[in-house]
Write a protein that binds this ligand. Structure first.
Ligand code: NDP
Length: 246
């Protein structure tokens, strides 16, 4: 049976490990050519090996998302090679630091904002025309429950995710009358390095794996998605609208 993403091209950021790695692998298994972006070449090569041994194909992009010119050049390269982009998964992210707001170091604040927010905007700006050139462009932006929970010490990370959701909502309203569908995702607590950094005392065995979570995010890339400007809550398995908060 043909895969649900046969003939499509999907750009996945943060594809060297965790949720992004699994999304990239599963999209390739559905037939997409995956453009896998991260800094760690070893993780990207491992992904490439897995994708190829399952009969799929990938292009590896070792890039630090603080390199805004690099993001612009990537958009140009995708345009030149494919003329369009079917799927964007803006998944890469940093936790930054869990700290009282008054104690956050400026350089940590700025780096976290740059990777989580500025690079997401830059990526959107770079590929928006390419997603619109696709028959059924899909954008998936990774958020977090932290964007809404206002937990003590999580201000920096929460602010970055709230900013990403705000961009998704406006972008969805701008593109409502096109085939492009753009949504945010709250994956929920997932067994990854970032979660272990945030919750070192927790037993990771009690958490869903990145593979399980990715499988629930994957359908947001399919042609039959009609929702736009919403948050898909993985644990609830449904879209939340902004009038229907978590
Ligand atoms: P991981 O820390 O396991 O993976 C993060 C990914 O982002 C890595 O591939 C990393 O690649 C990439 N990345 C980080 N910084 C940069 C950078 N400067 N340039 C390019 N790539 C970068 O995180 P998760 O898989 O857990 O998280 C994925 C997404 O899901 C994130 O946006 C996170 O905020 C969100 N999320 C995760 C939850 C969880 O419980 N795990 C819960 C809620 C949301 P490399 O280091 O190789 O560059």
């Amino acid at each position: 049976m043909a895969g649900r993403l046969e003939g499509k091209t999907a750009l996945v950021t943060g594809a060297s490990r965790g949720i992004g790695y699994q999304i990239a692998k599963q999209m390739a298994a559905e037939g997409a050519h995956v453009i896998a972006l991260a800094r760690t070449v070893g993780g990207l090569e491992e992904l490439d090996d897995e994708i190829k041994s399952a009969g799929g194909s990938a292009t590896l992009v070792p890039l630090d998302l603080t390199d805004m010119g690099g993001i612009d050049r990537l958009g140009g390269a995708i345009k030149q090679r494919w003329g369009k982009l079917d799927v964007l998964v803006a998944n890469a992210g940093l936790l930054g630091v869990l700290s009282p707001i008054g104690h956050i170091e400026a350089k940590v604040f700025e780096k976290t904002m740059t990777v989580n927010v500025t690079s997401t905007w830059r990526l959107i700006r770079s590929v928006d025309p390419l997603l619109k050139a696709a028959d059924a462009g899909r954008a998936i932006v990774m958020s977090s429950g932290a964007a809404h929970s206002a937990k003590a010490y999580w201000s920096l990370y929460a602010a970055t995710k709230a900013a990403c959701e705000a961009m998704v909502r406006s972008w969805a309203n701008e593109t409502m009358n096109t085939p492009l569908r753009v949504n945010a995702v709250n994956p929920g607590a997932t067994r990854t390095r970032m979660r272990a950094e945030a919750m070192p005392g927790e037993d990771p065995k009690n958490l869903p794996t990145a593979r399980e979570v990715a499988a629930k995010i994957l359908p947001l890339a399919f042609d039959d998605v009609t929702e736009t400007g919403k948050i898909f809550d993985v644990r609830e398995g449904r879209f939340l609208s902004y009038r229907d908060p978590a």
